[in-house]
Design a protein around this ligand. Structure first.
Ligand code: SF4
Length: 477
């Protein structure tokens, strides 16, 4: 017999209703609730609240609301708060009942302002450390890359600070006020947005220039845990953040990187030498060579064509002419070696060698021997394999972020975008933590663990017995 639905009539009371039973056992928010400690925040932010006045929304609830905002890529905080009472799973996650009064959306922006970035940084670092403890981070090899995030500012807000017309812009006074609030030395550029002066106007490829921020990340390859992250204005050169990312990786995982893998944008002299001084292998293509390859296309010899002779401290050019020390550049930490003008002017190879009327010069860094060593190591098969891995690994890391609205910043101002990135990276790490800490055994086995097992095993059978015993606790978790 067919059933007919009664005319809808709102029930005033429900008996026997249990919110916990309404949320399925394998709901992703259940896994997050089980895996992550949100209570740490009470102690972290205690100093930012007074002892009198209105009682605030509990800090763990605010942190969870922020997590929901990013995890479900909700367009605005107002929309988030409007949706909370409609979602039983969100109510359960927040520890709310059906009739709990939902806070005003402004609690989130007030909390961010009250807490600052430090709280979200610690949240990120705690999850990284949890991943280390779960055996998901080996830490010895890191992959670096950066990606642009579109700022939450319109192109109409851009003012040319070199133009006299700036004084006529009604937005200019507003810009001046915001510039005073800005962190010193963050952006130095001609075109600034009046609504978000910390964003930088950046052109990517042949597309139009956009107001942007830039995210810099270090990723551990095993379970793709993001071990360090930072946001800067979009025009900042990523090469300048490499050492900071390596330091943050070490501080967050307590494991120093032994190999760093990055693209040629990171292959600067400073970075190669810093890696040399730290005993780190730099699997990074040489920026100088990448630029030189453009010269080769134009038919100009790169410096590689010139052979250095350490005994005479000269270079031998393709025509067999010796280039001698010519000038010293202390600021660049280099020496110029030059061929005699008269030799170059009569040389048949000149069209392929130089357009300089004074003859060809070659630069030599004060620490050229160390540089050559690092560059040679970056050419080895091991480095080339890592570079192939890098492209997909880092693309995946940033592509996953797009699910969480990473393409465009939620808020204005560098510190707020940094908060967004901490939350996004934390969510990605939580997903990996949940996936791998309960997942396939091989994913949870780190290089360190492998080394330990190898040391203890005296035979092949020993090796397998130890592997089995070491991995069983992970499997049972
Ligand atoms: S142009 Fe000068 S430096 Fe270049 S190959 Fe000829 S002689 Fe040598």
């Amino acid at each position: 017999m067919m059933g007919y639905q009664e005319l809808p009539q709102s029930k005033l009371f429900y008996t026997g209703f249990n919110l916990d039973q309404k949320v399925r056992k394998n709901h992703p928010l259940r896994n997050i609730q089980k895996a992550i400690d949100f209570e740490f925040i009470y102690q972290k932010v205690a100093d930012t609240y007074g002892s009198n006045g209105n009682v605030s929304t509990p800090p763990p609830v605010i942190l969870k609301l922020m997590l929901l905002l990013v995890l479900y890529n909700v367009r605005s905080e107002r929309e988030l708060m409007e949706t909370v009472p409609e979602r039983l799973d969100w109510l359960w996650f927040l520890g709310y009942e059906l009739d709990t009064e939902i806070p005003d959306h402004s609690v989130l922006s007030k909390a961010r302002k009250r807490w600052g970035t430090e709280v979200f940084k610690e949240f990120f670092e705690r999850v990284v450390w949890q991943s280390v403890e779960a055996g998901l981070v080996d830490g010895s090899k890191i992959f670096l890359d950066s990606s642009l995030i579109e700022a939450d500012a319109s192109e109409n807000s851009i003012v040319d600070t070199h133009s006299l017309k700036k004084q006529l812009s009604k937005n200019y006074q507003e810009l001046e006020e915001r510039l005073e609030e800005r962190s010193p030395g963050e952006v130095n550029q001609r075109y600034l947005s009046t609504t978000d002066p910390e964003a930088a106007l950046v052109r990517q490829g042949s597309g139009t220039a956009q107001l942007s921020y830039k995210t810099h990340r270090a990723v551990d390859p095993g379970c793709e845990i993001i071990t360090a992250t930072e946001v800067t204005p979009g025009d900042l050169n990523e090469a300048h953040r490499m050492i900071e990312l390596m330091n943050a990786h070490q501080s967050n995982t307590l494991r120093p990187a032994e190999i760093v893998v990055a693209d040629s944008k990171y292959g600067t002299i400073e970075n190669f030498l810093s890696c040399y001084d730290r005993g780190v292998k730099a699997h990074i293509p040489d920026l100088k060579k990448a630029r030189a390859s453009r010269h080769i296309k134009e038919g100009i010899y790169s410096d590689d064509k010139f052979t250095y002779d350490s005994r005479s401290d000269t270079y031998l050019c393709p025509s067999g002419v010796r280039l001698k020390k010519k000038s010293l550049h202390k600021s660049r930490q280099s020496l110029d070696y030059g061929a005699p003008k008269k030799e170059c002017s009569k040389c048949l190879l000149r069209p392929e060698c130089t357009e300089n009327q004074s003859g060809r010069t070659v630069k030599r860094h004060f620490r050229q021997t160390e540089l050559d060593l690092m560059r040679a190591k970056a050419q080895l098969a091991e480095a080339r394999r890592d570079l192939q891995t890098r492209q997909h690994l880092m693309e995946r890391s940033f592509a996953r972020s797009k699910r969480y609205g990473y393409d465009r910043s939620q808020w204005r101002g560098l510190w707020r975008v940094q908060i967004q990135e901490y939350m996004t990276a934390t969510i990605q790490n939580i997903q990996a933590l949940i996936r791998y800490a309960q997942g396939p055994l091989r994913m949870a086995m780190t290089g360190t663990m492998m080394d330990m097992i190898k040391t203890r095993a005296s035979s092949v059978i020993d090796f397998f017995l130890i592997v089995k015993s070491e991995l069983s606790p992970i499997k049972n978790n």
